[in-house]
Structures are given as C-alpha cells and as structure tokens.
Design a protein around this ligand. Structure first.
Ligand code: ZN
Length: 184
C-alpha cells in the first residue's frame, strides 16, 4: 500500500491559488477573506445533500486542508437515531480518508439557523486534526461573509493526544511504519 500522502507535503504552493495562507499565529486568520468565502460557499452547497428525514435540519460543512484541498460533508441521519453523523465529521472524515490529517479551517452552514456551531462531539472530533500546534479556524454561516471563531474558544482546555503519554499523536503519524515495513 502506498503510504498516505500527508497534508504537510506542500502547505503553501496550492494555497496561492486558493488564497489561503497558512500561519501558526492564532491572532492571525490562517486564510484570507476570499478563501473563507469559497469555503463557506462549499459548505452551503454541501447542505443540499443532507439526509435529514427526521430533524429536517440540514447542515453542510467544508474542511480546508493544509495543501489547499477542500472536502465537504453533510449530516446523515438514521432511523436508529444514535447513528446520525454530523456534517463536520463527514467532511473531516472525507479529508482524513484522502490522506489529510491537518484541517486548517472548516466552514459550517445550517440553512435554517444562522451561526450554527459544531456540536460538542464534533468539537472533540475536530480537535484531533488541528493543523500541527496551531488552532483550527471555524467559519460560521452568518448569512454574510462568515463569522470566524477558533476551535480553542469552542473547546477550551481540550483533551487530546497530548494528554495520553503513550499515544501516537497525529503529528507523529508520519513516523509510523508503513505496511511494507511489516512485510505484509
Ligand atoms: Zn456534530
């Protein structure tokens, strides 16, 4: 199996196209207004695919990875209610499934309620995939150009890989042996 291509490959090259600028400082937004607008537009479009026969509350999300790629998701409900999954987690899962472990920003759009924020479960899920040591930007749909908030503000004093002394943090995934190294 080919080793997964990680997001750190080229954090800036494609971002010039997308208007994204990846920086570590929390006091600076990691992407420009144009990129935030694009991300929000993708989240709004993704909400059209929401499968919400029970709540009738569609949500769309769009996750931006460090190489400028965008992965979208929508909420997907189930007759067994507990199996429902949120848009933020489907978007993040799409990014991770494509080999990107660092999400710079994620836009969230719920057509029925302005400024809908990620639920608690999604905040914890997203916390796992912050871009390195920096924070993740959350772009809320305010029906305008988007309200930017930091994940740290939505999930203060979070629990993560750093709390597990034996855990392989996301940042160290590249050091894990590939399947080839196991001879399989
Ligand atoms: Zn959620």
């Amino acid at each position: 199996m080919k080793r997964r291509q990680l997001a750190r490959d080229n954090p800036l090259a494609r971002n010039e196209e997308s208007g994204a600028q990846v920086v570590n400082a929390r006091d600076r937004l990691p992407i420009g207004a144009e990129a935030r607008g694009d991300l929000l537009a993708r989240a709004r479009a993704a909400a059209d695919h929401a499968y919400v026969p029970y709540s009738q509350f569609p949500v769309g999300a769009a996750a931006l990875t460090t190489d400028g790629s965008i992965y979208t998701g929508c909420n997907i409900e189930n007759a067994s209610y507990g199996l429902t999954i949120c848009a933020e987690r489907t978007a993040a899962s799409a990014a991770i499934s494509a080999g990107h472990l660092h999400i710079v920003a994620i836009a969230v759009s719920a057509p029925k309620v302005s400024r809908t924020t990620p639920c608690g479960a999604c905040r914890q899920f997203l916390n796992e995939f912050r871009p390195g040591d920096s924070d993740m930007l959350i772009v809320l749909d305010d029906r305008n150009s988007g309200e930017s908030v930091w994940l740290e503000d939505l999930l203060p004093r979070s629990f993560g890989a750093q709390n597990l002394q034996t855990a392989e943090a996301v940042a160290d995934v590249t050091s894990l042996p590939s399947r080839a190294d196991h001879g399989s």
